[in-house]
Ligand binder design. Structure first.
Ligand code: URA
Length: 475
């Protein structure tokens, strides 16, 4: 049986019909027909005959959860010859009740999540590296034009992103496969008549280069970092790509020391900034949202970053280690087995979960595969330090009076001391940065301690620590 599809909508309709007829993936040949599809809406298309074993009449009305639909929609943008058949296999396995199919621990789940991640990354790269060049507005031609060569099919969603941000100025983004035109009100698919960035009449180039030169700071130049932040495949289409190599070599030849002296000398007031460079540095490459964080490598194998939750002005903040398997999938802290222990201890200590801010020292799940399970791996000090930026942001925003560190990783992050041991601070609360810090065992220790007596004792320490936190507030 053969199905020819040009878009996700067509694939979804075909998949629904095939599932209803109980057609297994091995009986379907999926073909793509690029070129004729409409990027922004697509009409279903079908071809083919009956497969061996297929039922003629629909038998099932397949309902997919939102989480799976979102994965499928994103993965469908991944450029791979077998993407439609792979997605059908995923849906088929789900239909058979195999919920593992979306888990990163399952081979198909790992591929699915990898495709989604690559597509999100491509969207992010395209937001960051598309460069619009201004042209003369004549004959209804768009005022800004950009050229980009995406690895995956992300042009429609990226075009919507720019349409939301650029108001009613007219623009066009061209790629080798297609172009999108914004007339100030609507998006239109346009044929891609360009073959490279050189095809764009480049009225604004000189301006852009002047601007880029003025923000370039040779004293801070880290050429490797620059290259790793802007992968080399983007360089050739960036206007600044032509001048950066010259600036990099000038910096290596001495401008690193002297590059900004002229500008700094012209400024009034103090020229020394009273902040240690290692604290100032993260601000520079700081991601604007947790979701975009690439400060360490943990994001690569995690489903998502898990932010803290709770009232914006909670007086108590509980800090755990890192999300576990369930937290990673649901995007919420403490919703798995350790969360159940914590919840029970909180109830016993008279703490209402709703009034407490719950978060973790490390926001991405670090794990290793054992059989089919993703097992927790303790984060390294460099990952704890990299992620501290986000805890610091939460502490500054929520301003709790008491922080409860659940376990050693949380303690190191809260006290900003990689060498501190739990034993040294568990006896009594300590003051740090103007607030109390109470240290207790991590709830998962209650689950994995070797014997019943140790488990009971660990649990009591947690309950007592939570009571202590309340007492410190005077409650
Ligand atoms: N363990 C943690 O430290 N945090 C969670 O969110 C879940 C388990």
């Amino acid at each position: 049986m053969r199905r020819v599809v040009q878009s996700f909508d067509e694939w979804r309709d075909a998949a629904r019909e095939l599932i209803a007829r109980q057609v297994a993936p091995e009986f379907v040949e999926w073909l793509s027909q690029p070129g004729d599809g409409d990027l922004f809406s697509a009409a279903p298309a079908e071809q083919g005959g009956a497969a061996p074993g297929a039922n003629a009449a629909p038998q099932t009305n397949l309902r997919l959860p939102r989480q799976l639909m979102e994965l499928l929609v994103s993965a469908a943008c991944f450029s791979a010859a077998d993407r439609w058949s792979f997605l059908y296999k995923v849906v088929w396995r789900w239909h058979l009740g195999e919920r593992d199919v979306i888990s990163p621990a399952d081979p198909d789940g790992a591929r699915l999540n990898g495709m989604v991640k690559a597509v999100h990354r491509e969207e992010h790269d395209m937001h960051a590296y598309v460069r619009f060049r201004e042209r003369k507005e004549e004959d209804g031609a768009p005022r800004f034009v950009a050229w980009f060569e995406p690895t995956h099919e992300v042009l429609p969603q990226v075009a919507r992103h720019f349409a939301r941000r650029m108001g009613n100025v007219t623009w066009m983004i061209a790629t080798p496969a297609a172009a999108v035109l914004w007339d100030g009100e609507h998006l239109h698919e346009a044929p891609s008549l360009m073959r490279s960035a050189a095809d764009i009449e480049d009225a604004g180039e000189a301006l852009w280069l002047t601007y880029y030169r003025s923000i370039f700071n040779p004293a801070r130049l880290n050429a490797d970092l620059l290259r790793s932040h802007i992968p080399s495949r983007f360089w050739k289409n960036l206007p600044e790509g032509a001048i950066v190599p010259a600036m990099v070599s000038a910096a290596a030849n001495g401008e690193r020391r002297t590059g900004q002296t002229g500008t700094v000398g012209r400024r009034g007031g103090a020229t020394t900034i009273p902040i240690a460079p290692e604290r100032a540095q993260p601000q520079r490459g700081q991601p604007t949202t947790l979701d975009q964080c690439r400060r360490c490598d943990l994001w690569e194998n995690a489903t998502q970053a898990v932010p803290g939750v709770g009232p914006e002005r909670a007086r108590i903040m509980l800090v755990g280690e890192q999300p576990g398997d369930q937290e990673d999938l649901q995007g919420l802290p403490f919703v798995g087995p350790a969360g159940a222990v914590l919840e029970k201890a909180m109830a016993q200590a008279g703490m209402e979960r709703d009034g407490i801010y719950l978060t973790n020292a490390v926001k991405h799940f670090k794990w290793e595969l054992r059989g089919k399970r993703r097992l927790h791996k303790t984060p390294a000090q460099k990952e704890i330090s990299a992620c501290h930026l986000w805890l610091e942001e939460e502490l500054a925003r929520v301003r709790p009076d008491v922080v409860v560190a659940l376990g050693g990783t949380a303690l190191k992050s809260v006290l900003q001391d990689g060498g501190v041991t739990m034993k040294s601070v568990m006896d009594a609360p300590v003051r740090h940065d103007g607030r109390w810090v109470v240290t207790v065992y991590h709830p998962s220790y209650v689950l994995r301690a070797p014997d019943e007596a140790t488990r009971r004792e660990a649990y009591e320490v947690i309950v007592e620590g939570l009571r202590q936190a309340r007492r410190l507030l005077g409650d």
